[in-house]
Design a protein around this ligand. Structure first.
Ligand SMILES: Nc1ncnc2c1ncn2[C@@H]1O[C@H](COP(=O)(O)OP(=O)(O)OP(=O)(O)O)[C@@H](O)[C@H]1O
Ligand SMILES: [Mg+2]
Length: 256
């Protein structure tokens, strides 16, 4: 499975979900590749020191020559590898403009690696531009984090429209794996309302697992750790482990 974590809204928990879903898959003994497609490089910085990162996904995707294999770095976590981002990724759009295969670059570069990495998680930037479209074209599944906030559903129309465009031509097999509600504060009535609203729009696509607001989740990247080593007994660890179970169940139910 190749899961793109996307929502063009900023700060909704894409990166937190990408790093901890990838770490949960790795923890379950699954060889996993985390691809950082965000020039902000937050996923990359969680597992690697930027000094280690001499090349990035940009180098593999921008030119036809560098194989993806050459930019991948082993994370200091069993079963986990990272295809790192650097700020150079921000130039990709300009670089690929007018190229016939601009939307297919990541897919093509990833194909030879799928034997090695049966599980791929892609952290997308907060835009619906070429980087996110490359992720959606390469992906088998899309996971949408939605922040439990008053403006939660703002912008989801544009996201769904982009998904439909990708499904219409370049990637008809793309499936919405699910919507995960993040930063949820179950004590408030507002949060319960928001959950009901999200469920009204996305129905059964909404994962049972809701990611609660947790200071531990916020802290762990600064210590260069996933939640599973940083605070294994925290609600954040339980939530993301259970999200991972649901992800695996859904992927398996569909391929069975
Ligand atoms: N469940 C949570 N509880 C508390 N804080 C969280 C939770 N999930 C994410 N955060 C924090 O919220 C902020 C935004 O999260 P994150 O970086 O994962 O979002 P993003 O969608 O990747 O943002 P961007 O659009 O900038 O890439 C971060 O500071 C993160 O630590
Ligand atoms: Mg992010």
């Amino acid at each position: 499975m190749i899961v793109a974590i996307a929502n063009q809204k900023g700060g909704v928990g894409k990166t937190t979900t990408a790093i901890n879903l990838a770490a949960a898959l790795a923890l379950r003994g699954k060889r996993t590749l985390l691809i950082d497609l965000d020039p902000q490089a937050n996923s990359t910085m969680t597992f690697l020191d930027m000094q280690q990162v001499t090349r990035s996904v940009y180098d593999a995707v921008a030119d036809g020559v560098t194989p993806m294999q050459e930019v991948i770095v082993k994370a200091p976590v069993d079963n986990l590898w990272v295809a790192p981002a650097r700020i150079a990724l921000a130039k990709l759009e300009a670089k690929l403009v007018g190229e016939m295969d601009a939307h297919f670059r990541l897919k093509d570069k990833l194909e030879p690696l799928l034997g090695d990495f049966p599980n791929v998680v892609i952290d997308c930037p907060p835009t619906l531009g070429l980087l996110t479209v490359n992720a959606l074209v390469a992906a088998t599944h899309l996971l949408i984090p939605i922040q439990s906030s008053y403006f939660a559903l703002e912008g989801t129309d544009d996201l769904l429209e982009t998904i439909e465009k990708v499904r219409a031509r370049p990637n008809p097999a793309l499936r919405i794996l699910g919507v995960v509600i993040t930063m949820h504060d179950k004590r408030t009535a507002l949060a319960r309302d928001i959950r009901a609203q999200i469920q009204k729009v996305f129905g059964g696509k909404v994962f049972e697992t809701v990611i609660a607001k947790s200071v531990r989740l916020e802290e762990s990247p600064a210590y260069k750790e996933s939640i599973f080593t940083f605070a294994p007994d925290s609600t954040g660890a339980t939530d993301y482990y259970s999200l991972c179970e649901e992800v695996i169940e859904r992927v398996e139910a569909r391929t069975a």
